[in-house]
Design a protein around this ligand. Structure first.
Ligand SMILES: C[C@@]1(CC(=O)O)C2=NC(=C\c3[nH]c(c(CCC(=O)O)c3CC(=O)O)Cc3[nH]c(c(CC(=O)O)c3CCC(=O)O)/C=C3\N/C(=C\2)[C@@H](CCC(=O)O)[C@]3(C)CC(=O)O)/[C@H]1CCC(=O)O
Ligand SMILES: NC(=O)c1ccc[n+]([C@@H]2O[C@H](COP(=O)([O-])OP(=O)(O)OC[C@H]3O[C@@H](n4cnc5c(N)ncnc54)[C@H](O)[C@@H]3O)[C@@H](O)[C@H]2O)c1
Length: 210
């Protein structure tokens, strides 16, 4: 397995099936700002709410060959192995990335367990060996990944621009960031002292200018 973070903003993504697993995958796609279509004859309650809120498009039908067209990515989450395999064949023939929720060997990608802290993304997976364990690892990591990291990453994005201006070479910037993002700074963030963490980094950038 080779990890990548797909950029799906506003890209058309299809989820086939309208049950519990489909709902979990839809939530993940919406968190990535994808334009989600759900194809299923029946939607479970949470998906109906998303449909009513205008968050997803619903194609009220069973899957038939030809339904997979012009999507950036497809997830097939029906309870029918036969349908899941047919969808896999169609997607592959059209070179569209597909995930089949009950058959890793037919997948182009597997979905990991996910923690989001703003733009910080941490994922856990087990190559399909134990999704339950991927979930537990996610729950463990959630305990230590502070919610303060989300605003801190926004601050870091600005400071990074400043560092680009002030610190001339890539090598120097590499050393700078490895040195400054130390346990002291992370402790300030975890204690909600974001401004102090920011000031510490900005002062270090300034010392390069002088
Ligand atoms: C991580 C997570 C992401 C997500 O779905 O969002 C995810 N499964 C989650 C939960 C979960 N799934 C299952 C259980 C019940 C306990 C158990 O069986 O372990 C639980 C636990 C629970 O729900 O408590 C059952 C299950 N899952 C798959 C099969 C089919 C098979 O194994 O062939 C079956 C058997 C169905 C049956 O028995 O009929 C297959 C896949 N599930 C994957 C991902 C991919 C591999 C990930 C990896 O590398 O580990 C892969 C290959 C395909 C895919 O879906 O991409 C999400 C946790 C989210 C979170 O909580 O953070
Ligand atoms: N990968 C995972 O994370 C994971 C986890 C648990 C279960 N599973 C597997 O996922 C599958 C679905 O589980 P679930 O709990 O969501 O089931 P579910 O019964 O809640 O939902 C199945 C959905 O598929 C739809 N469907 C059936 N035939 C269809 C067709 N021809 N076209 C379109 N939609 C169709 C149904 O209308 C229903 O909405 C099961 O096979 C299960 O083994 C996968």
């Amino acid at each position: 397995m080779y990890p990548v973070n797909l950029i799906l903003d506003d890209k058309p993504c299809l989820v086939i099936g309208g049950g519990k697993v489909a709902y979990r995958k839809v939530k993940g796609l919406l968190a990535a700002n994808a334009a989600v279509t759900v194809l299923a004859p029946i939607l479970e309650e949470q998906l109906i709410l998303l449909k009513k809120a205008g968050k997803i498009r619903w194609l009220d039908k069973i899957y038939t060959e030809g339904d997979i067209t012009n999507y950036a990515l497809v997830i097939c989450a029906t309870d029918s192995e036969k349908i899941n395999q047919a969808a896999a064949i169609e997607a592959k023939s059209k070179k569209i990335l597909i995930n089949i929720v009950d058959c890793l060997p037919l997948c182009d990608f597997a979905v990991p367990a996910v923690i989001r802290r703003g733009d910080l993304l941490v994922t856990s997976s087990t190559n399909g060996k134990s999704p339950a364990m991927a979930r537990e690892i996610r729950r463990e990591l959630e305990k230590i990944l502070d919610v303060g990291y989300a605003p801190f990453i926004e601050i870091l994005a600005l400071l990074r621009e400043e560092a680009m201006q002030a610190i001339p070479t890539f090598r120097q910037r590499e050393v700078f960031w490895r040195d400054i993002l130390n346990e002291d700074v992370l402790m300030l963030v975890r204690n909600g002292r974001l401004k102090e963490a920011e000031d510490k980094i900005r002062n270090a950038i300034s010392s390069f200018r002088s």
